[in-house]
Design a protein around this ligand. Structure first.
Ligand code: BES
Ligand code: MN
Ligand code: ZN
Length: 495
């Protein structure tokens, strides 16, 4: 869908419908009054019947019967003014966009009142685009046309003056840019393992970097061997697909900026390896690269929005497969940084590849490092599909992440990472082992990572619950949510 900003009078717009936003506690906004006057008081008469109350996520269609250029006026309920916030706006915008599409409309016009807050306008743009997302790449054309293949093609924001237009245009563009980054992440996470191998993920990263002007370096298997990425190679050794290590760099033009690193787990398919997962639901493990997808989606946005902070995007990617060459429980491997790891369970592979990635990251002297990983099933038991588990070594960075999470409604919930938990990842034969003691699985994952996230402020986000299956929101579809892109972009922009 294309979103544009125009000036003019909604009563003279050639469009399938004009949307009139309506507060539950105050119907008589200027737009309503103008529309009602053109329709000889028919909207007021309709309201008098009590059929529409302005409740959030409710709509009413009125037909203009030639009294205006548009054939339809659609009242959109916003609820009570003091209860409105950015997330409510997202929910309403997402709900409305889906409703308009399902009605079969192609073009709609939305008059924007001059007092509209910037963050609400951005929220409306993001949610409208995100709500219409579908992953249909692998449907054949005939099948695509079979069902209700409806699409809302254009949304026009209508403002009163050129000054308002030049104020809102960049906000619309920002919203589009951020939505597109989230959509990229969703597409990558939804992509089946045979269509997104580590090599293909690296190619995609190069393509994105080229398009938005980021530096991109990809290490192939011989380079990884030469540089000593031994734990990434260990996880990859059971697979016919070669691993990759991807580094994306954005550097602002100004001097004296700080550096933030974003690190993503990129398991393109997680079978569990020799510690094989059970068959039920294993197909979903195609999204075990959702951390990597969030990092790549965020880097695409960062390349376009050009914030005043240096951002390094780091992705470790491989498959986790069983086979005669695969790692085995009990094997000991040495990480990039030199610490030894006893592999107690080959299904705890995400933390292994992140050990190398977090070790590599230290050389950038980052002022903050955030890793995103679909690390543990336990985080779903703990927080459901509502919030990511957040654990780290730095309170200031944690606060920044909580603020960004609040603004974007990509929620996080902090779990403790006290030293008391270190005991659980101790190994009898190596420096550390990879499964903990069987309690507090999500924290055990973080306690393991903490051993490798040394020399910088660090927060780990366990996104196993939020990256997938976050249904129930009007702008998040089934399957991949694209969680993390909006959060990371907000974090970097507020840095
Ligand atoms: N990728 C999984 C975690 C996961 C589970 C992601 C469900 C999304 C949905 C991860 O590699 C894994 O298998 N973790 C194990 C760790 C255990 C062996 C210590 C788990 O959670 O069972
Ligand atoms: Mn696993
Ligand atoms: Zn995994």
């Amino acid at each position: 869908m294309k979103i544009t900003v125009e000036t003019g009078d909604f009563r003279q717009k050639e469009t399938d419908a004009v949307l009139i936003p309506m507060l539950e506690d105050d119907f008589h906004n200027e737009l309503f009054l103008a529309a009602d006057a053109s329709l000889d008081g028919r909207i007021q008469a309709f309201l008098n019947l009590g059929d529409f109350k302005g409740k959030p996520k409710t709509t009413s269609v009125l037909y203009t019967n030639g009294a205006m250029t548009t054939p339809r006026i659609i009242l959109v309920g916003l609820g009570i003014y003091t209860e409105l916030n950015a997330e409510k706006v997202r929910q309403i915008a997402g709900h409305t966009a889906r409703y308009l599409r399902d009605m079969g409309l192609k073009s709609v016009t939305v008059p924007i009142p001059p007092e509209t807050q910037d963050d609400w306008a951005q929220a409306a743009v993001e949610a409208s685009l995100l709500s219409l997302y579908e992953f249909k790449q692998h449907k054949t054309q005939s099948d695509k046309d079979d069902g209700d293949n409806k699409s809302l093609d254009s949304m026009t924001f209508l403002v009163g003056s050129d000054a308002e237009k030049s104020q809102i245009e960049p906000i619309v563009e920002r919203g589009e840019t951020i939505a597109n980054g989230t959509i990229l992440a969703r597409d990558l996470s939804n992509q089946p393992g045979n269509h997104l191998t580590p090599t293909q993920l690296a190619e995609k990263a190069e393509e994105v970097a080229e398009a938005v002007g980021l530096n991109c370096t990809v290490f192939d298997k011989p380079t990884l061997e030469e540089k000593g990425f031994r734990t990434l190679l260990a996880v990859a050794q059971g697979s016919a697909e070669d691993p990759r290590f991807i580094i994306l760099e954005y550097t602002p033009e100004s001097e004296g900026h700080e550096t933030v690193a974003l690190v993503g787990k990129g398991i393109t398919f997680d079978t569990g390896g020799i510690s094989l997962k059970s068959g039920k639901g294993m197909d979903e493990m195609k999204h075990d690269m959702s951390g990597a997808a969030a990092v790549l989606g965020a880097m695409q946005v960062i390349g376009q929005l050009k914030p005043d902070v240096r951002v390094i995007g780091i992705i470790a990617t491989t498959e986790n497969m069983p086979g005669s060459t695969a790692i085995k429980p009990g094997d000991v491997v040495t990480s990039y940084g030199g610490k030894t790891i006893e592999i107690m369970n080959t299904d705890a592979e995400g933390r292994l590849i992140l050990a190398d990635a977090l070790g590599w990251t230290a050389q950038y002297n980052p002022n903050g490092v955030v890793d995103l990983a679909t690390l543990t099933g336990a985080v779903i038991t703990c927080l459901g599909h509502i919030a990511a588990g957040a654990m780290g070594t730095d309170d200031a960075l944690m606060e920044k992440i909580k603020k960004a999470a609040e603004k974007t409604h990509e929620r996080v919930w902090e779990l403790p990472l006290w030293d008391d938990y270190d005991e659980g990842v101790k190994s009898k034969v190596a420096d550390v082992q990879n499964i903990g003691d069987g309690t507090s699985g999500t924290i055990a994952g973080a306690a393991f990572l903490k051993k490798f996230a040394e020399g910088y402020p660090w927060v780990h986000l366990d996104i196993a619950g939020t990256a997938w299956g976050m249904k129930g929101s009007s702008y998040i579809p089934e399957g991949a949510s694209g969680y993390g892109v909006r959060l990371l972009v907000q974090l970097v922009e507020d840095w």
